[in-house]
Design a protein around this ligand. Structure first.
Ligand code: ACO
Length: 448
């Protein structure tokens, strides 16, 4: 099987959003804290008629229609999510409704969950399935769906919401270089959801940042080792056109790319020029631990990385900056941003992806791009994604209204016997929405 990977992609995000600048002022944070400090522009959120199930129904339905894929041709469907609704019933089973009419019930796969990593686990499972002896010749379908909401406090501006669907098969325009794949997994309490009565996580923000960067270093080191063993030459940031990172907020992405530059400097790579070497020299003797704590190193490496960041990373930041952290969908929304921004110049290029889920699990992997053939072409994917249109048709909400919605959702979380306001005025036609939850906690959705 040649070029197994992503054939098609679609994204859905809620039309309601709040500007970070307005939220900053509302929260009494210093000016620039969310927009420059965190690097975020805007944050999407689910209104009372939307949730991870409705968003995933919407995006799967939309992908099948827009790429004209016969539902009978799906042989595996996997969902990545960390938003808990029915603790034992998977979101995947909800999506089976879309396949009912076609009579296709022969679809493997369930949900994967570990913080923001579940989507990557689902994706790797589908790619592995197509590459394996169990493959029956049909497509895999991966869905990443999450609504990220935080309790009042510094983490609240790092929320977001979206669902992404990706069709998996051979001869893909976005194919996996499966040999170059490195993971770093460990036990840490940096972000977790132990309180089942609340949708909000318990989060140690500072620890989660350090864990993320340590996982990145470890994955990159092993990724480089594997590449070097196979190809017989050193890997550096010069060997990929784009680097796409899981994006809880943009500042961490800036720090991540700077960290890769620091790694290349420490490995004496030709990607680091003399001027950069001079700036990083004072940090060459830091221990690993010290290097995570050094503010001076952070500043110097970000300065060194700035020029290449604009070329190799910035094109991936559009959707994450506009929508916020979409947990499992964040990394793939960043990939979608590159496809959208650069689709006509990606042929033959390489994208390195870094997936991180607290707790912690992480993988770095490599994608190779080719223009592909309609409907599974990069230009068609870019047009289906319709990022500009979707962003422009959003509705900006005042921070007060956003907080009011969160309060209502706190009340509704895990509740039964209620009806939603069924207000679909902001939703585009075809969007699924929640109408009510009955006395047995069963949920009911309609389609606009
Ligand atoms: N203008 C410009 N920058 C500012 C301003 C201002 N007025 N005020 C603060 N800043 C900067 C700070 O210097 C800092 O930047 P730096 O890291 O480059 O120094 C940044 O804004 C953040 O401010 P802090 O005070 O360091 O952090 P804060 O207490 O606001 O918390 C955090 C930030 C930890 C990211 C919090 O939002 C959080 O816990 N988020 C959820 C956890 C998370 O996303 N972790 C990432 C990996 S795990 C995951 O994906 C869930």
């Amino acid at each position: 099987r040649k070029d197994v990977g992503i054939l098609a992609m679609d994204i859905y995000f809620p039309p309601s959003c709040v500007q970070q600048e307005a939220l900053e002022a509302h929260d009494g944070a210093s000016k620039g804290k969310y927009t420059i400090g965190l690097g975020q522009d805007c944050m999407a959120f689910c209104s009372e008629v939307e949730d991870v199930i409705s968003m995933s129904l919407t995006v799967v339905n939309s992908l099948l229609k827009k790429y004209k894929v016969d539902p009978k041709l799906i042989g595996r469907l996997e969902v990545g999510s960390e938003t808990v609704i029915d603790k034992s019933k998977s979101i995947k089973t909800w999506l089976m409704q879309i396949f009912e009419e076609s009579g296709n019930t022969d679809i493997e796969g369930v949900d994967s969950s570990n913080a923001c990593y579940g989507g990557t686990a689902a994706l790797l499972n589908c790619v592995n399935w197509v590459e394996s002896n169990s493959w029956d010749g049909r497509y895999g379908l991966v869905v990443c769906t999450d609504s990220a909401v935080y309790a009042e406090g510094p983490a609240r501006p790092t929320g977001g919401a979206a669902a992404i669907a990706m069709l998996i098969g051979p001869n893909a325009p976005i194919s996996f270089e499966s040999k170059y794949r490195a993971s770093h997994m460990a036990h840490v309490y940096d972000f977790y959801k132990p309180d089942l009565a609340s949708e909000y996580p318990v989060v140690d923000g500072k620890l989660s940042q350090t864990c993320y960067l340590m996982a990145l270093d470890s994955c990159y080191r092993q990724f480089c080792n594997k590449y070097e063993k196979i190809v017989g030459k050193q890997f550096s940031i010069s060997d990929a056109e784009y680097f796409v990172f899981h994006s809880p907020y943009n500042k961490l992405v800036q720090k991540s790319f700077a960290r890769l530059c620091y790694n290349d400097f420490m490995r004496n790579c030709s990607s680091i020029d003399d001027d950069a070497k001079e700036k990083l020299q004072p940090f060459s003797n830091l221990t690993g631990e010290e290097s995570y704590q050094s503010r001076d190193l952070e500043k110097a490496s970000q300065q060194v990385a700035k020029h290449l960041y604009d070329i190799k990373v910035q094109p991936s930041t559009l959707l994450p900056k506009q929508i916020g952290n979409m947990y499992t969908a964040s990394l793939y929304a960043a990939l979608a941003s590159v496809l959208y921004n650069k689709h006509d110049s990606l042929d033959g290029q390489r994208i390195v992806m870094f997936s991180y889920g607290s707790g912690l699990t992480s993988t770095m992997f490599s994608l190779r791009l080719n223009n592909g053939q309609h409907p599974f072409s990069l230009s068609n994917i870019a047009s289906v994604l319709g990022v500009t249109e979707k962003l422009q048709s959003r509705h900006e909400t005042l921070p007060e209204k956003f907080i009011e919605t969160l309060k209502l959702m706190e009340h509704r979380y895990g509740a039964k016997d209620f009806e939603t306001n069924k207000d679909t005025s902001l939703l585009p036609p075809g969007t699924f929405y929640l109408t009510h939850v009955d006395s047995m906690y069963r949920r009911f959705y309609d389609q606009k």
